[in-house]
Design a protein around this ligand. Structure first.
Ligand code: ADP
Ligand code: MG
Length: 500
């Protein structure tokens, strides 16, 4: 099951799309399998021990992503699997890697890379639970934030499976305490989050240390460009399985506001003050309108940035980093500039102008309401635009919900402030700075002020020449002082807060 007939060009993933019992067609023209029928694990080539563990855990039938991924992974294919959180991805890679283990051989035979210690610990626990009735299988978690020494000792005693964060795994490889000659399965779990956290180069380093003859399984909730690049580089003839989310429309609440044309820009501010989304993507039809809107929003104290074609790569990176790490409330963009943008947490999309193209409309609003979150899709329409709304309503089968701005005006007048602030550190990949160096500088004792906890530090993004770290707004001054008076990678660094 779940196979696309015909052959795919070399190293271009063959795609299988699975749904949760719905029957839409995939717009990419890919094969699609409906796995609404519950599938039992015992149809799979698994050992009695693994089947017993599944039974013990109360896993009676496969989840849709498991039903699509497991047969392929158990056949030995490389795999790109895309499904939201909570869909059962861990067992989808844990069962195939466990089935291949030779318990009598004390070598690391499988490795799972995870973005954080918490996730690595969860994966470690799940693998241990699934291996419960197998011969003595040792699963070791290797993450930063604790000393290397005990981990090195455990490695010396032999482990079959290691689960860890890319930075710490890399440290062990550099010291020679971790050897990968026996590895036959490499898993990249939550690959999109690992990239968000700046682990790209570490992943590349680690993957390059793995034997070429291996199975590579890549799991991700979203599929941004960076993931495609990784897959192209490290997976061989991968199969792709994707779990379509359940009807998105139900999570996206669409509202239409009738405004006079000249009220449009001010109306955006009114909507923001009323709905108070943390992150909003505002679509304009022209570059000039983008500039005008940002001006209006700035004048009223909003943290807004714009993406347009005239930005240099570095400027574009900076805008996207600030928006994605929640230190900018509003990103104003044209459809062209927003192409390829993949942001997981987006509370609202505002259509400053109604687009005449229903497909563009669907694409715009589909950016909110991701991953189980609700999202607002708010559209501003002048009387002239009403015809466009009719076209959209007809094409998408919605019954437009009309509201008036007047109903909002009594809203909250407090300024809308983003929860985070981005600190820019001069120095990046070219100076060999890694996310862990910045995290270490903030959570360590050096520098003025107290040590931060990991939880107080947000996304860390390392580019060629700069490193960006998000910190909670109320801690920004303290973090800035700590970085300025302390050291990053043993050196003093220049740091500034990025504020628009
Ligand atoms: P993901 O990695 O996709 O976020 P997890 O692998 O963490 O999801 O699984 C989510 C939850 O579902 C876990 O509590 C796990 O124990 C449970 N689970 C996984 N597979 C099954 C199954 N086949 N039947 C019942 N529960 C399952
Ligand atoms: Mg997971």
């Amino acid at each position: 099951m779940a196979r696309v007939p015909g052959s795919a060009p070399a190293n271009r993933p063959r795609r299988v799309v699975v749904g949760e019992g719905m029957n839409e067609t995939d717009s990419g023209g890919n094969a699609k399998t409906d796995v609404s029928l519950p599938a039992a694990f015992d149809a799979l080539p698994l050992s009695p021990g693994l089947l017993a563990a599944l039974k013990h855990l109360g896993y009676q039938t496969m989840t849709p992503i498991q039903a699509a991924a497991l047969p392929l992974a158990l056949e030995g294919h490389d795999l790109i699997a895309q499904a939201k959180t909570g869909s059962g991805k861990t067992a989808a890679f844990a069962l195939p890697l466990l089935r291949k283990l030779n318990p009598r051989w004390f070598a690391v035979q499988a490795m799972v890379l995870c973005p954080t210690r918490e996730l690595a610990d969860q994966v470690t626990q799940e693998i241990r639970r699934l291996a419960r009735f197998e011969d003595n299988i040792k699963v070791l978690s290797l993450c930063g934030g604790t000393t290397m020494r005990p981990q090195m000792a455990s490695l010396e005693h032999g482990a079959h499976v290691v689960v860890g964060t890319p930075g710490r795994i890399m440290d062990h490889l550099e010291r020679g305490s971790l050897q990968l000659h026996g590895l036959n399965t490499l898993v990249l779990d939550e690959a999109d989050r690992m990239l968000d956290m700046g682990f790209h180069d570490d992943i590349v380093y680690v993957a390059q240390q793995c034997p070429l003859k291996r199975q590579t399984l890549l799991f991700s909730a979203t599929y941004p460009e960076g993931i495609a690049e990784l897959a192209q580089r490290f997976l061989r003839n991968p199969q792709q399985v994707k779990l379509l989310e359940q009807h998105k429309e139900s999570k996206i609440r669409q509202r239409f506001y009738e405004v006079k044309h000249e009220e449009r820009l001010q109306a955006v501010a009114t909507l923001l003050k009323h709905y108070r989304p943390v992150s909003t993507l505002a679509f304009c039809n022209t570059k000039q309108q983008c500039r005008d809107l940002v001006e209006v929003l700035h004048a009223q104290g909003f943290h807004a940035l714009t993406l347009h074609g005239d930005l240099e790569q570095r400027e574009r990176d900076q805008v996207l980093i600030q928006f994605a790490n929640r230190s900018c409330s509003v990103l104003v963009a044209t459809d062209v500039a927003a192409r390829g943008l993949d942001i997981s947490q987006l509370e609202a999309v505002i259509n400053v102008d109604v687009t005449p193209d229903p497909e563009v409309y669907v694409h715009r609003i589909g950016r909110t309401g991701r991953a189980d979150e609700d999202g607002w899709a708010l559209s501003l329409c002048s009387p002239r635009d009403r015809r466009r709304v009719d076209v959209i309503a007809q094409a998408t089968g919605i019954d437009p919900e009309w509201h008036t701005l007047g109903s909002l005006q009594s809203g909250n007048d407090e300024p809308l402030v983003p929860p985070m602030v981005t600190l820019q550190i001069l120095g990046g990949r070219k100076e060999k700075i890694r996310p862990g160096d910045v995290l270490g500088a903030l959570t360590g004792e050096a520098g003025e002020g107290r040590a931060f906890t990991r939880e107080q530090v947000g996304k860390i993004t390392v580019t060629d020449w700069n490193t960006y770290v998000a910190v909670a707004r109320e801690l920004a001054d303290e973090a800035l002082r700590k970085l300025l008076t302390g050291k990053v990678k043993g050196r003093q660094v220049k740091v500034r807060a990025l504020e628009d």
